[in-house]
Design a protein around this ligand. Structure first.
Ligand code: G6P
Length: 368
């Protein structure tokens, strides 16, 4: 068992540290001369891709959070309207699906019962279905019209880490492929995105080299039973994943909030000493985030701010700061989630819990 974990205490930590490789492997062979080329992976025709008038991301759990990020990315890069649904809702809510709808089903295992049922509903309604999955030969890979594999390698820990970051990469690749075919980005923009994507493995590596820095904060929050995550824009999608991770393996209750929405209810729960993790990597809404941080600080919160390297502002309004390397704003989630994964991991360890096999949860939920 020790050998399988390659010297790490838990599979989850091993898998967190495998992310640079998972990202690199998922990118491999799919970028040529500054352009995303998915010809080896998917054979939707240019006509098919040009005819898409809406996209639905459908998934469960962590994969659903990848879909939430996908909405922002596709809408920004391709200007096609996107909806995101949890599969157990989608399958029963009679969604509006036509032959020009693309349904993107995201599933690490490719076997999640609700996700498969949603895939089948979408096909029955005549949609085109793209599967994003990590398991070759899985039901999703067999039943989707087209498949874009993530190459994260086997994920053993119940809490998903490297599969999530690989799903984000697959979504960027598909969005850039669509953007090229539909002409929504020019060559220089495509080149800027592909260059930044190829830098992500090395940037992820630099975060992992500083992993220990997050340990003291994790040990601090391990003493609490409640905390908040806040973020805006893409950071909001990332904190939802960070909050899920923490709940899954540390059993600490947390809520992820769109920072601007706090004042409409949640602020009532902010009291002395409650930890708030504020993700502030999106420059376009940075000032707004700082205002929200000041709001929670004024009510006694203890704030961990996670921002970009070189940012000298965030540190002035928070109690503690962590930074991540800068990349293009849309790509930041890949890096921003890593400190949140580590935070959950170390909090679970500090509480003496079974990190890799949390109570009540299964790696793959193959029954409804
Ligand atoms: C289970 C796992 C989650 C996972 C979800 C979806 O609930 O515990 O970690 O995100 O299923 O799994 P999938 O294999 O479809 O991505």
């Amino acid at each position: 068992v020790t050998a399988e974990k390659a010297g790490y205490d838990h599979f989850m930590l091993k898998e967190i540290f495998e992310q640079p490789k998972a990202i690199r492997d998922t990118l491999a062979g799919r970028i040529k001369d500054g352009v995303v080329d998915l010809a080896q992976d998917i054979s939707f025709t240019e006509e098919d891709l040009k005819g898409i008038d809406k996209i639905h991301f459908v998934a469960c759990g962590t994969a659903y959070h990848a879909g939430l990020m996908g909405k922002s990315v596709v809408e920004k890069l391709v200007r096609i309207p996107v909806e995101v649904d949890v599969a157990s809702e989608y399958r029963y809510r009679d969604p509006i699906i036509t032959p020009s709808t693309l349904v993107v089903v995201v599933s690490q295992s490719g076997e999640t019962a609700d996700t498969l049922a949603a895939l089948r509903e979408a096909k029955k309604a005549g949609a085109k279905v793209l599967g994003i999955t990590n398991v070759v030969g899985s039901s999703v890979s067999r039943e989707a019209d087209q498949v874009l594999m993530t190459w994260a390698g086997p994920e053993i820990a119940v809490a998903s880490t490297k599969a999530y970051t690989s799903q984000l990469i697959a979504i960027y690749l598909f969005s850039l492929h669509l953007a090229r075919v539909r002409g929504s980005l020019d060559a220089a923009e495509l080149k800027a995105y592909t260059t930044a994507l190829l830098n992500l493995p090395e940037q992820a590596q630099t975060i992992l080299e500083e992993a220990d820095a997050i340990r003291p904060f994790a040990e601090g929050i391990a003493k609490h039973d409640n905390l908040f995550f806040i973020g805006r824009g893409l950071d909001y999608a990332v904190v939802m994943e960070g909050s899920l991770k923490l709940k899954e393996i540390s059993y600490i209750h947390s809520e992820a909030y769109a920072a601007g929405e706090l004042k409409h209810g949640t602020l009532a729960l902010i009291e002395d000493d409650i930890p708030v993790i504020a993700l502030a990597t999106q420059k376009a809404v940075f000032e707004k985030m700082v205002s929200n941080i000041i709001e929670v600080k004024a009510r006694g919160a203890h704030v961990l701010g996670i921002g970009l390297q070189g940012d000298t502002e965030l540190g002035k309004s928070v109690d503690e700061t962590l930074t991540i390397p800068e990349t293009l704003p849309l790509l930041t989630p890949v890096l921003a989630v890593i400190p949140l994964q580590l935070l959950s991991y170390y909090a679970s360890v500090a509480r003496g819990l079974n990190v890799d096999k949390p109570r009540n949860l299964a790696k793959s939920v193959t029954v409804e």
